[in-house]
Ligand binder design. Structure first.
Ligand code: ZN
Length: 180
C-alpha cells in the first residue's frame, strides 16, 4: 500500500489523560493486541491524540503510557526539525515491523522519563504495518529518519520497553535540560 495521510479527526473528542512515568509497572507491560474497530479502541485512539496534542514536544504516545493495556500508539512528528518523511498525525493498532535497517544513534526523550534523555541506536529506514482504528483498514507505512525512530520508540513502549532499556550504558544517559 502506498504512503498516505491519516485523518485522525474522525475520532472526535478524546480525553486528556495523565501520562504515567517510570517506574510505573504499566510501562513494563507487554501490551495485548486489540480489535481496531472496537469502541474502546476508538476511544483510546482519541484519548492518545488529545493527550499528545496538549503535550509540548510530544511526538508519540503509547496506550500503556495512559494506563491502557493495548497495542495502540499515536504519532505525529509534523514540524520536527530532524524529520524527513512525515505522515502527519496517526494512530496505529497492532503494529508490526516489516523491515528495519540502517541503524543510527541519536538522542531521544520520553514523557514517561521526564528527567533524562538517552542515546539510542535505531533503524533509520523502516516499514511498519498495522491497522487504523475505526475502519480497521490494514496499512503499511514506509518511513525514515526521525519518524522511523519515533515509530520504533512507540513500538518499544507497547512491548514494555523504555529508551533506558536500549541505551549502551550509563554514559549514554543525560539529564534533561529543558522540557520544551
Ligand atoms: Zn516514550
Amino acid at each position: 500500500m502506498a504512503t498516505r495521510s491519516f485523518d485522525v479527526d474522525q475520532f472526535g473528542t478524546g480525553a486528556v489523560l495523565p501520562v504515567v512515568t517510570a517506574p510505573n509497572p504499566m510501562l513494563s507491560t507487554s501490551c495485548q493486541p486489540v480489535s481496531p474497530t472496537a469502541a474502546k479502541t476508538i476511544q483510546l485512539a482519541a484519548d492518545l491524540v488529545a493527550t499528545m496534542a496538549v503535550s509540548p514536544g510530544c511526538v508519540g504516545l503509547a496506550a500503556n503510557q495512559l494506563g491502557a493495556d493495548a497495542r495502540v500508539f499515536s504519532l505525529d512528528v509534523t514540524g520536527h526539525p530532524k524529520a524527513r518523511t512525515v505522515h502527519g498525525a496517526l494512530v496505529l493498532v497492532n503494529p508490526e515491523v516489516v523491515s528495519a535497517s540502517r541503524k543510527e544513534r541519536a538522542r531521544e526523550g520520553c514523557m514517561s522519563v521526564p528527567d533524562f534523555t538517552g542515546d539510542v541506536r535505531r533503524a533509520s529506514r523502516l516499514i511498519i504495518a498495522g491497522y487504523l482504528p475505526g475502519t480497521g483498514e490494514p496499512v503499511e507505512i514506509e518511513t525514515n529518519a526521525f519518524e522511523a525512530r519515533a515509530f520504533l520508540h512507540e513500538l518499544d513502549h507497547i512491548d514494555g520497553l523504555l529508551f533506558l532499556d536500549r541505551v549502551a550504558g550509563a554514559h549514554a544517559i543525560h539529564p534533561r535540560q529543558t522540557y520544551q
